[in-house]
Design a protein around this ligand. Structure first.
Ligand code: PLP
Length: 402
């Protein structure tokens, strides 16, 4: 049975998640195990352990055999994240893109095994992270994509639909997708929510009927700009096994040092998000009245308020600002001094970037136009600096003249 919290994780949950086995072992901090291989005490037991880990099952942790099959430091971080997500299990990967790839491969393997592999495809909703959009559009994984309107998913689901992929709040526009409505339309088809912009203290997709909750843990979960990681959680043990099976077979591992840093960042997750969110709301309010800002996007602000109220417990720390043109956007990005012009998000420091040129440069122009990734759009990830310092920097950059 899962040790998951029954409601959104509290600060106490975040501090103690995944710690029980560590305390039982007589330790206070998670131990870091860097072994690539392990001494084999019994050949037959090791053989059985390899076979069960390779199928994605819980193998014998006393016979881990080889680091691609199992690593205890990674397993501690996974247990912690599963608890925060209210999931049965979590599987960690070397990046968010590796986590997305594994989820697509796991879903594809299930339809193929069920004899419904012909015309297997994925249904997805735009906008979403640029490289994710590219992974789906390119057909790189042999799973063509059908881009659909989230209110019209039911009409597109067939026996060969392997997976429905949504991202909410969406990168970079912060559009929301109603998770429960998508899950209801999906029927038996699994639904994966990329919840990178809303860590479990703000949104838990499994509570709303999703099959998978996926994060680029490079962002809020890692939280300090020093970890690249991806995680997928599910409350269905058979899906957790499929994901582990894909990881063992493809080798898309999370390194134990990265897993240690990820686990170490979880206790501060609620505090980081609450503080940065308060600053983000203040900055968004100030931007709203600024003569050089055309639009301010943030969850729960001006639109989709019903969806926001149903599935999110806070607006988060991301703001999208439309400053009217690419030239104005470039000027702002090149003029900030305290804020760092950089891709990525969810770190302790504030970052700004121009999605149309950078994170979404790879998305086709028509899709950018249709889904609000406009030339004047900037994406701001608000960190833990003082609001007044950030505003001094941002407002000066907004007022810079060519
Ligand atoms: N999903 C979203 C929403 C993202 O913003 C990103 C990266 O920015 C990813 C997935 C990919 O994650 P990673 O860079 O860890 O591979």
């Amino acid at each position: 049975m899962s040790e998951a919290a029954a409601s959104p994780p509290t600060r106490t949950d975040a501090v103690h998640a995944g710690r029980t086995p560590i305390r039982r072992a007589g330790l206070h901090a998670p131990p870091i195990d860097l072994s690539s291989t392990y001494p084999i005490s019994n050949m037959d037991a090791a053989g059985e352990s390899i076979a069960s880990f390779a199928r994605g099952e819980d193998g014998d942790e006393d016979e881990p055999v080889y680091a691609r099959l199992h690593n205890p430091t990674v397993a501690h971080a996974e247990t912690a994240i599963a608890q925060l997500e209210g999931a049965d299990g979590c599987v960690a990967f070397g990046s968010g893109m590796a986590a997305m790839t594994a989820t697509l491969l796991a879903a594809r393997s299930a339809v193929v095994e069920a004899g419904r592999g012909e015309n297997a495809h994925v249904i997805a909703v735009r906008p979403m992270y640029g490289t994710g959009d590219h992974l789906l559009s390119s057909g790189l994984l042999g799973l063509p994509v059908r881009w659909v309107d989230p209110d019209n998913i039911r009409a597109h689901v067939t026996r060969a639909t392997a997976l429905i992929w949504i991202e909410t709040p969406a990168n970079p526009t912060l559009d929301l997708v109603d998770i429960a409505h998508v899950a209801e339309q999906a029927g038996d088809v699994p639904v994966c929510v990329d919840s990178t912009f809303a860590p479990p203290v703000l949104q838990r997709p499994l509570d709303h009927g999703a099959t998978f909750s996926m994060h680029s843990a490079t962002k809020f979960l890692g939280g300090h700009g020093d970890v690249v990681a991806g995680v997928v959680s599910s409350d269905a043990p058979e899906w957790v096994e499929r994901l582990r099976h894909v990881r063992v077979a493809t080798g898309a591992l999370l390194h134990p040092l990265a897993a240690y840093l990820l686990h170490r960042s979880l206790p501060s997750l609620p505090g980081r998000v609450e503080r940065a969110q308060a600053t983000a709301i203040e900055l968004a309010d100030r931007c709203d009245g600024h003569s050089h800002v055309c639009h301010v996007h943030m969850p729960g602000r001006n639109r989709q308020n019903d969806v926001f109220a149903r599935q999110m417990s806070g607006a988060g720390t991301m703001i999208a600002l439309d400053v009217g043109s690419k030239d104005r956007a470039r000027l702002v990005v090149e003029s900030v001094r305290l804020i760092t012009p950089a891709v990525s998000l969810g770190s302790v420091d504030t970052l700004i970037q121009h999605p149309a040129s950078l994170t979404h440069g790879v998305v086709n122009e028509r899709a950018k136009e249709d889904h609000g990734i406009s030339p004047g759009l900037l994406r701001l990830s608000v960190g833990l600096e003082d609001a007044d310092d950030l505003w001094d920097d941002l407002s000066a950059a907004l007022e810079t003249r060519c």
